[in-house]
Write a protein that binds this ligand. Structure first.
Ligand code: SF4
Ligand code: SF4
Length: 391
C-alpha cells in the first residue's frame, strides 16, 4: 500500500482503499444513524468501527446509551475501579439478550514493572480464579474476549501458565476468544502474539502521536493477515479533555481507521455528547482537510503521551516503573481521571519517598519529559484516601 507524507512531523495519511466493511442505517432514539461494520479477523464478530472502552466511567446510563446507539462491544478489565467497572456493566446488561452485545475483559497477573516479565504468583490457577471473579461481577457465563492485560514483552506473550489458562478457559466455555492487550513495546508484542498462534485478538495502543507508529502499523498488517482481530485503543489520547476541538477527536479516530487492518476502535468517552461525536465519524470515514491540519498541528506538539519505548527503564537506579508512572500522569492531566490514575499508582507498590533523594537524575526520556518532576507530582496520589477521589 502506498502512503503519502504530509505536513509537519511527517504525519502519514493513507490513500483510501477498497476495504471489506458493511454499512447499515439504524434507527436510534428516533433518528437515523449510519453505522460501518468490519469483521474482527477470524473471530467472525461483526463490529461497528467505534466501540466503548468503559474504563473511565461508572455511569450506567452512559453505557446503556452506548448500547442503544448501536455500539456492540464493551471493553473493561478485572482491575478497573477495583472491580466496580465490571459490576456496573453487569447491572446494565442484566436482562438484555446475551447475543445483543459483546464483552471483553482483561486479567492481569503479577509483573515486574521494570522488566515487563511475569513474576511469582503469575500462575494458571490465579489467572482462572480472577476470570471467575470477573464473570461473577459481570453476571455472565462467558466473555467474548479475554485478554492477558498490559503486556510489553514477547516472553510474557508466550508465558506458558497464561497460555494454559486461556486454553483451559476456552475449553470450559468461559471465553470465546483469547487476546493480548498492549500499550508499550507494541510491535514486539504484536509479532509475538502472531507467532504464538494462541491469540485470536490483539488490543493495541495505536495513534499518530506514537513515534513508532510505522512499526505498529507493519506488525498489525502481519497479524491481520494471519487472521487475528485488531482492536485499536488510545486513539484519542485524552483529546476529550484537552481544549476540545471536535476536529481533533474525529480526525484521531479517522486516522486510525484509515488503516484497513484495524477492525474497530474502543473509545473511552465519558459524556453523552462524546458518544454522538464518536459515532458521527461513520457518516464519512474520510479525513477532511481541516482534520488533517489539526492532526499535523498536534503531531508537532510533545503533549502528554508516553511512547512506552522503555528507553528510561535501565536508567533509573531505583528501577522505578517510569512508563507506568507517565501513563498515570496522562490519566491525571489528559484523561482527567484521578481514580484511574490512583488505581495504577497504588498497583505499582512505590517506596514511601519517590524521586526525592537523588542528587542527580540520569534519566533521559526519548521525547524530553521531565521524568522526576512528573513522577513526584503523580506519586502523591498513593497517599490520598480513595474516598476523596472521584472518577
Ligand atoms: S530522580 Fe527518580 S527517576 Fe531520577 S534516578 Fe532518582 S528515582 Fe530514578
Ligand atoms: S523514555 Fe520517555 S517516552 Fe520512552 S517510555 Fe520512558 S517516559 Fe515514556
Amino acid at each position: 500500500m502506498k502512503s503519502t507524507l504530509a505536513g509537519i512531523g511527517g504525519l502519514f495519511f493513507l490513500p483510501p482503499v477498497d476495504m471489506k466493511q458493511e454499512v447499515k442505517i439504524v434507527e436510534a432514539k428516533g433518528k437515523e444513524k449510519k453505522l460501518v461494520y468490519r469483521t474482527l479477523g477470524k473471530t467472525g464478530l461483526k463490529l461497528p468501527v467505534i466501540n466503548m472502552g468503559v474504563m473511565l466511567t461508572d455511569n450506567p446510563n452512559l453505557i446503556r446509551t452506548a448500547l442503544d446507539s448501536g455500539i456492540l462491544l464493551l471493553d473493561t478489565a478485572h482491575g478497573y475501579m477495583q472491580g466496580r467497572n465490571e459490576e456496573t456493566i453487569g447491572g446494565v446488561i442484566k436482562g438484555r439478550p446475551r447475543d445483543s452485545y459483546y464483552i471483553a475483559t482483561k486479567v492481569n497477573l503479577p509483573q515486574n514493572r521494570t522488566t515487563g516479565l511475569y513474576t511469582d504468583g503469575a500462575t494458571t490457577e490465579e489467572f482462572l480464579k480472577r476470570l471467575d471473579i470477573s464473570l461473577k461481577r459481570l453476571g455472565v457465563d462467558y466473555v467474548d474476549i479475554l485478554y492477558q492485560h498490559g503486556v510489553s514483552k514477547k516472553e510474557s506473550v508466550m508465558y506458558e501458565p497464561v497460555l494454559k489458562a486461556l486454553d483451559q478457559a476456552k475449553k470450559d466455555g468461559k471465553i470465546r476468544f483469547a487476546g493480548v492487550s498492549t500499550h508499550g513495546n507494541e510491535p514486539e508484542v504484536i509479532h509475538a502474539a502472531t507467532d504464538s498462534k494462541a491469540h485470536d485478538v490483539i488490543l493495541t495502543a495505536y495513534n499518530f502521536k506514537q513515534k513508532h507508529y510505522p512499526e505498529v502499523r507493519n506488525a498489525i498488517a502481519r497479524a491481520s493477515q494471519a487472521g487475528i482481530g485488531i482492536i485499536g485503543m488510545k486513539a484519542i489520547r485524552g483529546a476529550y479533555q484537552q481544549p476540545p476541538t471536535i476536529k481533533n477527536i474525529t480526525g484521531s479516530l479517522k486516522w486510525i481507521l484509515q488503516d484497513p487492518n484495524v477492525h474497530t476502535v474502543i473509545t473511552g468517552f465519558t459524556t453523552f455528547e462524546h458518544i454522538e461525536i464518536d459515532l458521527s465519524i461513520m457518516d464519512d470515514l474520510t479525513l477532511t482537510e481541516p482534520e488533517k491540519l489539526e492532526l499535523q498541528k498536534e503531531a508537532s506538539i510533545r503533549g502528554l503521551y508516553c511512547q512506552g519505548c522503555g528507553q528510561c527503564l535501565g536508567q533509573c537506579p531505583e528501577k522505578l516503573p517510569i512508563p507506568d508512572l507517565m501513563r498515570a500522569y496522562m490519566y491525571t492531566y489528559d484523561y482527567r481521571s484521578l481514580a484511574h490514575a490512583q488505581d495504577l499508582v497504588v498497583s505499582l507498590n512505590l517506596p514511601s519517598r519517590v524521586c526525592e533523594d537523588c542528587s542527580y537524575c540520569p534519566v533521559k526520556c526519548s521525547i524530553g519529559f521531565n521524568v522526576p518532576k512528573k513522577i513526584r507530582d503523580v506519586a502523591r496520589l498513593k497517599d490520598v484516601p480513595s474516598e476523596y477521589i472521584t472518577v
